[in-house]
Design a protein. Structure first.
Length: 229
């Protein structure tokens, strides 16, 4: 499906013809590119794109740093650039299933739909918990995901690599080590050439990412059968 990308968030959703057409895969290319740029800049390696009726109106990456507040998550960075009116219409595409902080922000802002590329098993349960809350529960966005495949595996790999490289492994890898040991092993072994861009990494790690995609899919099935999602 074709998507137009706006040069200005202010025009998002209007009929002003200041737009460029991009395809559905290109939308995920934007998301993955933001995730990669976030990792390179010292962030958490997550990217997000907000689109209103097919018009991309905000792109952002996680802008955290080891000395920062830890609150500059990609999803919040993206919707913060939109008007209150626009944010209630957008679909938010994100490289990683939103954390509890972003879930709260998306719910509070009344973003109606979220599509994520990779599951974050640590935070999935938060959606169900908030959905049962009075008032706010009715505002929890409709979630679709994970995207799966090689790109989905890449979007799960990057924040783990970012955690290991930018935050000295300060994150929550215990669950991932148990559920998806191949993914964590690939992240621990990850190195890159100085000039290597993310599509090069995607190609170089292709077969490994395919294995990780299978591992993630099996974990998704196992947890789904246990009623986790
Ligand atoms: Zn978040």
């Amino acid at each position: 499906m074709a998507t137009r990308i706006w040069r200005s968030a202010a025009g998002c959703g209007s009929s002003t013809p200041r737009s460029t057409t991009i395809t559905e895969p290109e939308r995920w290319t934007l998301v993955a590119g933001q995730a990669w740029a976030s990792y390179l800049a010292g962030g958490r390696g997550v990217g997000a794109v907000a689109a209103d009726a097919g018009v991309v109106c905000a792109v952002a990456g996680n802008a955290d740093s080891p000395d920062g507040s830890g609150l500059r998550h990609a999803e919040i960075e993206a919707i913060s650039r939109l008007s209150r009116e626009t944010v209630r219409r957008v679909t938010l595409y994100t490289s990683l299933e939103p954390c509890v902080l972003c879930l709260g922000a998306l719910t509070f802002s009344r973003v109606p739909r979220v599509v994520f590329a990779a599951r974050d098993f640590s935070f999935s349960a938060g959606h169900r918990a908030l959905a049962g809350a009075p008032v706010l529960g009715a505002r929890v966005p409709a979630f679709t995901g994970p995207l799966g495949g090689r790109l989905g595996a890449f979007c799960r790999l990057v924040p783990i690599v970012a955690d290991l490289h930018n935050y000295h492994g300060s994150g929550r890898l215990g669950l991932e080590e148990r559920l998806t040991p191949g993914l964590v092993r690939l992240a621990r072994d990850f190195t890159r050439a100085a000039d290597e861009d993310w599509p090069d990494v995607l190609n170089r790690l292709g077969p490994d990412l395919d294995e990780v995609a299978n591992e993630l899919s099996h974990a998704e099935t196992r947890l789904s059968r246990l009623g986790f999602f």
